[in-house]
Design a binder for this molecule. Structure first.
Ligand SMILES: Cc1cc2nc3c(=O)[nH]c(=O)nc-3n(C[C@H](O)[C@H](O)[C@H](O)COP(=O)(O)OP(=O)(O)OC[C@H]3O[C@@H](n4cnc5c(N)ncnc54)[C@H](O)[C@@H]3O)c2cc1C
Length: 439
């Protein structure tokens, strides 16, 4: 299945929902301003609920969906669908209260009070909507930056409660639910599909995968100050379907932190003997992982990401790494098939001590016939007056850059600057593959 098939499926369902609404005779209600508002309220409820269910599917973390759409697109859709769904549910409340207020001639406040106290489950649905609004506000850039990841994530868990509260309201008063058995079955099927995908991919699949492979920390090696490689061994690792460039959500089962997972890329190509991630201390959890004990059991969820050899369009490959973004590129340098001379790594770091894997990179480049360029230093200093990844600088390093597939991973500003340089050098977007270390 391709992304366009999924888009067609989502649009097809949206059309069906509209058609069912029309079949219920709602167009006949459009003769008055109150009728128009009530109808707008119904449509907002139907599409708001539909978007919330799509959001559940996006939140299921299905590796399959991640492959079809790509991690970045799933994250972008998650934001868009989330905000739009919340706006529609708020609009549903406002249009319905004002519409019925006009129809009955009572004021908006009096009508709101009547609806809240006399319609079944409206109070619960309103509480659910307040939770959705709080989740939406917590995700607005400026607010999100002030919250710790755990607080923000914890708040998102209330979305499940909000959905349960809204479901009872729809079941009891939704026109589609109460009057049309076909529509009722259709909507329940939508809830069941979204719920099942959640259960499968957030629970059953990771538990099965983890029980099958029984990963444990086998070794922890310091790569640089504040950066360690964690080696994990387990059962049947040769049958774990993953490849270089991909990432998993890892849950290190320590007494304090077993409940939270973190995304890390594989920093060595899968080899059937061990899996390796390389972790830079960026916050409390990654700080603790620097000292994770040997023997700690590890749960894993994934694999995710399609910055792999499958994205390849050209024989030549350029890997551009910034800081700890070198981890998936180090694995790709090991795995991607390429003739000697066709593989180049450009590795940008601010300070020499930030470079990791230096010895490994030397060994790998010798074995693979690859070229490695280190770009070390702070921009604007005497040693590095300009941007070493600006178009001209990049062209000097890799004159035939247009003939390459380019894999990029690093801090977001660096990745955006590289994208701009590649466009200026007329490298087609289809040849550029990247992974962001942030959602
Ligand atoms: C696809 C992907 C691959 C990654 N690969 C690597 C890697 O190979 N090596 C490496 O060192 N780092 C990697 N990271 C970054 C790493 O996941 C975060 O640095 C880590 O989760 C921070 O956790 P913390 O509790 O120490 O920090 P915090 O202080 O909690 O957060 C520091 C930053 O990390 C983000 N973050 C925290 N927890 C999570 C989480 N569970 N999911 C997503 N983001 C989170 C926060 O939003 C914040 O921006 C990757 C991130 C992503 C999205």
């Amino acid at each position: 299945m391709r992304a366009s098939d999924l888009a067609a499926l989502a649009i097809g369902n949206a059309v069906l929902i509209g058609a069912m609404w029309v079949r219920h005779g709602q167009l006949a209600e459009l003769g008055s301003p109150s009728g128009i508002l009530i109808a707008a309220g119904q449509l907002a409820a139907l599409y708001g609920t539909y978007l919330v269910l799509l959001q559940l599917i996006l939140m299921s973390r299905s590796p399959w969906l991640d492959q079809v759409l790509g991690s970045d697109r799933v994250a972008a859709l998650h934001r868009w669908v989330g905000f739009s769904g919340i706006l529609l549910l708020v609009a549903h409340g406002v249009f319905t209260v004002v519409g019925y207020g006009l129809a009955t001639g009572s004021g908006v406040l009096a009508e709101a009070l009547t609806i809240l106290t006399s319609y079944p489950y409206v109070l619960m649905a309103t509480a659910g909507m307040a939770l959705f609004v709080a989740i939406g506000i917590s995700s607005v850039g400026a607010v999100r930056r002030r919250l710790s990841y755990e607080t923000w994530y914890g708040l998102h868990l209330y979305a499940y409660l909000a959905i349960a509260l809204a479901f009872l309201h729809q079941l009891a008063v939704g026109t589609d639910f109460t009057t049309d058995p076909v529509a009722r079955i259709y909507w329940i099927a939508l809830y069941v599909v979204a719920g099942a995908l959640m259960l499968i991919f957030r629970f059953a699949q990771p538990v099965t995968l983890s029980l099958r492979h029984r990963l444990r920390v086998a070794n922890v090696v310091e790569e640089a100050p504040g950066v360690v490689s964690i080696y994990m061994t387990g059962r049947d690792l040769d049958q774990l379907a993953t490849r270089a460039g991909q990432w998993f959500r890892w849950r290190f089962l320590t007494p304090e932190d077993w409940w939270r997972s973190h995304p890390f890329s594989l920093s060595a190509a899968p080899n059937g003997r061990f899996l390796r991630v390389t972790v830079k201390a960026q916050g409390d959890q990654t700080q603790k992982l620097q000292r994770v004990r040997i023997g700690t059991p590890v749960f894993l969820e994934g694999p995710y990401g399609n910055m792999t050899g499958a994205a390849r369009t050209r024989p030549k490959v350029l890997l551009i790494a910034g800081g700890i973004g070198v981890t998936p590129l180090r694995a790709l340098l090991e795995e991607l098939p390429a003739a000697p001379g066709d593989l180049t790594l450009v590795y940008r770091a601010s300070r020499p001590q930030d470079l990791v894997f230096r010895r490994e990179l030397e060994q790998l480049s010798a074995i693979r016939g690859a070229t490695v360029h280190y770009l070390v230093g702070r921009r604007g200093t005497r040693a590095m007056p300009g941007d070493p990844l600006a178009p001209e600088a990049l062209r000097r390093l890799v004159p035939d850059v247009r003939q390459h597939d380019v894999y990029v991973c690093g801090p977001l500003p660096m990745m955006e600057a590289v994208r701009r340089s590649l466009r200026a050098l007329h490298v087609p977007d289809a040849q550029v593959h990247d992974e962001r270390f942030a959602f």
